[in-house]
Each structure stands twice: as structure tokens, then as C-alpha cells.
Ligand binder design. Sequence first.
Ligand code: HAM
Length: 454
Amino acid sequence: MSKKFSKEPLRGMKDFYPPALRESNWIIEIIKDVAERYGYEEYKTPQLEPIEIFAAKSSDELVNEQSFIVEKKKGERLILIPELTPSLARMIARKSQELKKPIRWFSIPTCYRYERPQKGRRREFQQPNVDILGEESLYADLEIFNIIVDIFMEFGATAEQFQIYYNSRRFMDAVSNLILRIEKDKTPLVYKALDKSDKMNEEEYEKYLIDTFQDEVIIQSIFKLKDAKSVDELLGKLDDIPEEFYQSDGYVELTKFERLIKEVDISNYCTFSSGTVRGLDYYTGIIYEVFDTGKENIRSIFGGGRYDDLLSIFSDEKITGTGFGMGLYMLSLFLKTYNLIPDEIKEKDYSDTIYIASINEDMSTYAFELARIIRDEDFPCIIDYRFKNLKNQLKKANELGVVIVLIIGSEELTDRTVTIRNMVSEEQKTVDLDELINEIYDIIDQFGDNKFDQ
Ligand code: HAM
């Protein structure tokens, strides 16, 4: 016997059978609806990009250790996009003169990261992105926070179930440069260290800090910066805060942002977190990650922030942007944990599907003719090709939950009529072809709207 191939998809990838796809499409539709409600438009980028644009802006780890690289014949290296933001920046840079600002765009890309598959993380995943570009004010960040809250509310989630943990890169710059006196060129390493703090165990983390900094003062500072849950708590841990810190852009921006989220009444969904610094290099302002507050799902569901200089690798223009990417896989785990996926989504609804059962094969092309009339009216229609056994055909229609079955035999074929069977009341009647659609609507009316709602 010849060797059989594995039926499994590649490690870290998933086959979406119709029920799983139905569920993820349902989630995507809700996200799209919310984005559109805020005036956002959908865009799409290629799956493959030159590796350089990610190497220049994302993070070394993402490009060197976590990417799928495709080599072209002439040695040119392409990357299967591990995230969308550099591609978005490229698209904006390409047409920046024509695009009206602020640009409000969303996209639902498939991304690839070569990381260890685990709960909430795959190697191929969908990551809806929502970004606003060309709006410098904090109102853009505030809008993005509102979109996140609305997405969760639309699913029925509460502030007890999720939180947006936020911080500001500018604020952390001010803390590390003006209070802790860490040299500016070391701050990226400090951010990296903070980002890793909850991704390693204590021993590994200490070793990582010693290897990276070899400086006890910086290491102690990182421990102080790690897990404050409010600005006051963080500042309370630090000595000798100079007046210029309170004048710094970072402090002023973050405290204003906190006032705004309070004033628009979303502060119960948001928690300051000094350890949230984001692993990607391009962030410059307000940054955030969304987590399940329970113990079930420990990885971030959303991640995002403000980036001021992303376009600089493509042109001399400066357009600021802010937005987020969300892991669809993480979001669906979250929704399942809190039972927020309605049962109706789990099974395909056949209640508005018209089912054609024929007594024998002589009616086959008549069945096709009927089906065309029905589909032209926008009703889904299935023809049963087993032709012989009417009982079996009706049984199948019943199993699917079909409400209307059209039965055709030799009389119907000769007279150009059709027998309509209402599977719920079990009533049957024979009507002329030109009455068919009205009869279908009559039955639908009897069942009210619910049964036939999409
Ligand atoms: P990120 O934090 O790298 O940000 O990813 C955002 C979200 O994508 C994560 O919170 C997570 O839910 C999901 N995600 C990441 N890796 C995986 C994976 N291997 N499997 C499943 N889901 C995953 C970014 O990518 C930024 N470009 C987001 C952004 C948009 N910033 C501004 N605009």
C-alpha cells in the first residue's frame, strides 16, 4: 500500500470547517460593524512584503526569530506578514497626498508568526486591525479606546471580564530619562525588559536582566517600573522627582488622557499599567493591551498604540497614527469563556432554505427550473438528487430544519405546478408555478420574522 499523507494541517495552522468559519465570520462582522459605525473603511494589503520594511520598524525578535521568509529566485527575501502596521504605513505613504486626513481604516489580514503554538497563539492567524492616521490629538487615541469598548460591549462583555491596560511611551521615556536617569540609548532595552517581565519565570527573568544590563541600578529601576497600577503608585515608588518631569510631554499627555477617559465614562474599562510597554519598536505615545481579567486566558487579546514615525522609512513625510490589532483566536477564546457566542451561530440555519424533492429522475430538469425561480427571489434552494425515495428526502429536509419542501412528480411536471409542503404544520397544497413565490411568502409570514431572520 502506498504511503498516505498526514491529514493534519501544518503545526500552528488550523482548518476552518464550516462551523468554525461561521463563528469567526460572525465575530468579524461585529468588529466590522463597530468600525463602520465610527466611519472606518476597509483596506487590504498583500500577504507578502519585502522583509526590509519589517526589519526597519517592527522588532528584531519578530523578524529574525518569528517570521516565515520566502526566498525569491534572485535571493530577494520576502516576508509573510507577521503584522499589518508596516504595510499600512507603506500604503499610506504611497498615496499620502491624495488621502484625506484623518484616515480611518480597518482590515482583517491573515498574519504569520513562527512561534510556539499554544492556547491563544497560532502560526497562522487572523488579526483585525483598526487605525486612524493623520490626527495628532489625543482624541484619536480616545476614539480607538471607545471602539475597543464598543466591540466588547457589542459581544455583551463587561468591565469585570476585560480591561484595557494602558501606558504611554512618552511618559515612560520621561520616567526613565528624567527620574531614573537611564541614558536615552538604553531605554529601548528597558522597554524590552519590561515587555518580557511576564513572559518568563522569575529566575529566567533575573538572568536575562543581568545578561542585558550588568548594572544593578538599572535592574533595580526596572523592578520599580514593573507593576504599578496607577500613575500615583508608580511615582510613589520613585525618589527625587524633578519639577521638569511634571512639565514633560509624557506626563502632561498621560494625565490629560486619563482625564479624558474619565470624562467620556470609559475609565472603568481601563487600567494604567506601568509594565505595559509593547514589544514593537515603532510606538511613541499612548500604548495598550487588552486582557481577560480572569485566569482562563492569559495572553493579550488586543495590542496597539500610537506611532509617529512609521512613514519615515518610505518618505520624508510625517503622519502620525494610532490603532490596534486583535487576535481573533484570543477573542474567540475569551467569548467562549464567558459564554458570549449565541447558540444560533453554532449551527447553520436552514429555516429559510427551500428544499426540492422529486419523485423520480424525469423531474430533474424541472427541479432546476424551479430552483432558479426561487434563487432569483434570493431564497437559498437545495435540490435533492436521490430522486427515488420521497420519504428519505423529506426525512433529510426535516433533519436540516427546513420549513418548506417542494415536491414534484409526473403530474406537477405535466401541469407545470408544484406541491408545497409546510414541514411544521405538515399541510400540503398544489399550486401553479406563477403562484409559487407568493405561497412561499405566505408560509414565511405565518412563521413571523424570527424564523427567517438572517
Ligand atoms: P501585537 O501585540 O503584536 O500588535 O499583536 C496584536 C494582537 O494580535 C495580540 O494581542 C494577539 O491577540 C494577536 N496575536 C499576535 N500574535 C499572535 C499569534 N501568533 N496567534 C494568534 N494571535 C496573535 C501588532 O501586531 C500591531 N501591529 C498592532 C497595531 C495595529 N498597532 C497599531 N496598529
